[in-house]
Design a protein around this ligand. Structure first.
Ligand code: GAL
Length: 168
C-alpha cells in the first residue's frame, strides 16, 4: 500500500495479511491456517466475552481440522475465583504440565483483542495491546495448521498477518 507521498509506509510494510480473515465465525469454531503457522505470523482474535453460565473460553492452535489430540498451544482463560489463564500443550492425547497466569485480563461482557505473535522461541500473547504472557514452543510449528475457539465468547474477526518486515 502506498501513502499519498508515494512511499511505502513502515506500518504497511511491517504488517501483511497472510490469508483472509474469518469474520463473525460461529463459536465453537475451527479454521484452517493456510500454509501452516510460521515464525513471524500474528493471529489476532477480536471479540467479546459473553455473560453465560460457561466460565471458560479457549483459543487453541492445533494439527488437523478435526484432531484435538495434538494441540501446540491451548490458551484458556477461566473465570473462576478472581480468574486466571491456563496454557498447555496436548501431544498424542496427553496434556503436558500447565502454565498458569494468575491474572484475568478479560471481563465478562467486554470487548477484547488477543494477538498471538509467533516468535522463534515462543508465542507472545498480547491482550488489548498489552503483553500478557509468553509460552515457549513445546512442539514444532510446522505441525500447526488450524485454530479453534470454544467457550463463552463471540468472535467478530480472526486476522492473519506477518508482523516482521518483509522485502517488498
Ligand atoms: C484440563 C481441562 C482441559 C484443558 C486442560 C489444560 O483440566 O479439562 O480443557 O484446559 O486442563 O491443562
Amino acid at each position: 500500500m502506498q501513502s499519498r507521498s508515494g512511499h511505502v509506509g513502515i506500518e504497511e510494510r511491517a504488517f501483511r495479511h497472510t490469508q483472509d480473515p474469518y469474520i463473525n465465525p460461529p463459536v465453537p469454531f475451527t479454521g484452517r491456517i493456510v500454509g501452516g503457522l510460521q515464525v513471524g505470523h500474528m493471529v489476532t482474535v477480536t471479540g467479546r466475552v459473553l455473560s453465560t453460565d460457561e466460565n471458560r473460553f479457549e483459543v487453541y492452535f492445533h494439527t488437523g481440522m478435526s484432531d484435538t489430540n495434538n494441540i501446540a498451544f491451548h490458551f484458556n482463560p477461566r473465570f473462576e475465583g478472581s480468574g486466571y489463564v491456563v496454557c498447555n500443550t496436548k501431544q498424542l492425547g496427553d496434556w503436558g504440565p500447565e502454565e498458569r497466569k494468575m491474572l484475568m485480563p478479560f471481563q465478562r461482557g467486554s470487548l477484547f483483542e488477543i494477538c498471538f505473535q509467533v516468535d522463534r522461541s515462543a508465542f507472545k500473547v498480547m491482550v488489548n495491546a498489552s503483553t500478557f504472557l509468553f509460552y515457549v514452543h513445546r512442539v514444532p510449528l510446522y505441525e500447526v495448521n488450524a485454530i479453534s475457539i470454544k467457550g463463552c465468547v463471540e468472535v467478530s474477526h480472526i486476522d492473519f498477518q506477518k508482523y516482521k518486515s518483509l522485502p517488498c
